[in-house]
Design a protein around this ligand. Structure first.
Ligand SMILES: Cc1ncc(COP(=O)(O)O)c(C=O)c1O
Length: 391
């Protein structure tokens, strides 16, 4: 069965019990038992990691269904639900480190991931080295220390969209026993099966494409068998869960994920190709474009593109950039991405890059939604006219 079909079929076994297509939303803290023996038996099964609920924090039907579907998507052993993508980032890292350990983190990661490492991990005696996202396997191997326990990737990178050689990096990390963690928000397991390339732990900010409608903040971690006990225990010890309403909406979003990604990827490439021809544009940062330095790796490892990419403008003032972005009827100005609607934001590298600082011109990030490509292009054309007039 293909992943696309599995995203429709799986995660519904509890619904079959009540004969509905979807699992009803059950709000619960307390779970009731018939007798103390029933409670004790369920508790014993819970402690052997069976997916049974003793309390509303874990193993409720919707949550189990979401975790099952997240596993189908990413191809892992088991998954855990988190209240946000950033919570998934921090729990994944906390799961594998001990005081005195060292982690290697790509310089291109989501800014708050970086801050979690330099502030929170540092507070517990874990040191971080940021590395060039374009590192080769042997170069990465050279950065490993005896106490390096994890290599953290994000491909394509946040804001600058570098594609990483995940199989080579994972091989080098595994040779020295480290876990490989990857934030797979951009491609998801549908377009980018990173667990097939050696990733042990996938961080999935489900807020983005999985939920897909800009109305939920939620995350998931998918782990392989080796990483699962640590991930599961750490998430549980930290009391991580998400509301059943948010999980319901995310499951609903996941049923149409394949269709949305396909359409948004196609429209994104149409818009990116149009922008590439414009005289106001210095470069379009989209690995699906033949001109992109990451294109060969993208062709090798990805099954398609999503709708998020960067645009470097020719040298221009902040007034011009603001004029471009202000007054686009179809591109909202706002954070996050992965919803059905288009967004535009200045690509703010304020969290900094220490290995590969951004040296180009003004950078904006576009998220292409489900609108018609020609409407989006007309919107950007008018924006570029405003950019010129504001010069
Ligand atoms: C690549 C990436 N990872 C993680 C996150 C964090 O996800 P959340 O907003 O659900 O905390 C984001 C949010 O923008 C992101 O872009």
């Amino acid at each position: 069965m293909s992943k696309t079909t599995r995203l429709i079929q799986r995660g519904r076994s509890d619904a079959q019990r009540v004969q509905t297509v979807n699992i009803p939303v059950a709000r619960a803290s307390t779970v009731l038992f018939d007798s103390p023996e029933h409670l004790a038996d369920t508790q014993r099964r819970f402690e052997t990691d069976e997916a049974v609920a003793t309390y509303g924090i874990k193993n409720m039907p919707l949550r189990n269904a979401f975790e099952e579907l997240a596993c189908e998507l990413e191809g892992g052993h088991r998954a855990v639900t988190l209240p946000s993508g950033l919570a998934a980032v921090s729990v994944a890292l906390l799961a594998v480190v001990r005081a005195g350990d060292h982690v290697l983190v790509s310089d291109s990661v989501y800014g708050p991931t970086r801050t979690f490492c330099t502030e929170t991990l540092a507070q517990f005696g874990v040191s971080t080295t940021f590395f060039d996202p374009l590192v080769s396997g042997p170069e990465l191997g050279g950065l490993m220390r005896p106490n390096t326990v994890a290599v953290y990737l994000e491909s394509p990178g946040s804001l600058t969209f570098e594609v990483q050689d995940v199989p080579a990096i994972a091989k080098a990390a595994h040779e020295r026993g480290a876990f490989v963690i990857a934030d797979n928000a951009w491609g998801t397991g549908l377009l980018y099966p990173v667990m097939d390339y050696g990733v042990d732990i996938v961080v999935q900010p489900a807020t983005k494409y999985l939920a897909g409608h800009s109305d939920v903040i939620i995350g998931a971690i998918v782990a392989n068998e080796r990483a699962w006990p640590r991930v599961s225990q750490t998430a549980h010890n930290l009391g991580q869960t998400a509301s059943p309403d948010d999980i319901f909406l995310t499951l609903r979003g996941m049923r149409t994920l394949a269709l949305r990604l396909q359409r948004q990827g196609e429209t994104g490439l149409t818009v990116a190709r149009w922008l590439e021809q414009r005289p106001e544009v210095a470069r379009v940062l989209h690995p699906g474009l033949e001109s992109d330095p990451g294109h060969a790796l993208w062709r090798r490892d990805f099954k398609g593109a999503s709708g998020l990419f960067g645009v470097e403008l020719k040298p221009s003032s902040s007034r011009q950039v603001s004029a471009l972005m202000t007054g686009c009827p179809h591109f909202g100005i706002g954070y996050s991405w992965g919803g059905f609607e288009s967004l535009i934001v200045p690509a703010n590298l304020r969290h900094g890059r220490t290995v590969r600082p951004w040296e180009g011109g003004p950078l904006i990030r576009l998220h292409v939604g489900l609108e018609d490509a020609q409407d989006l292009i007309a919107d950007l054309e008018a924006g570029l006219e405003r950019w010129k007039s504001a010069a």
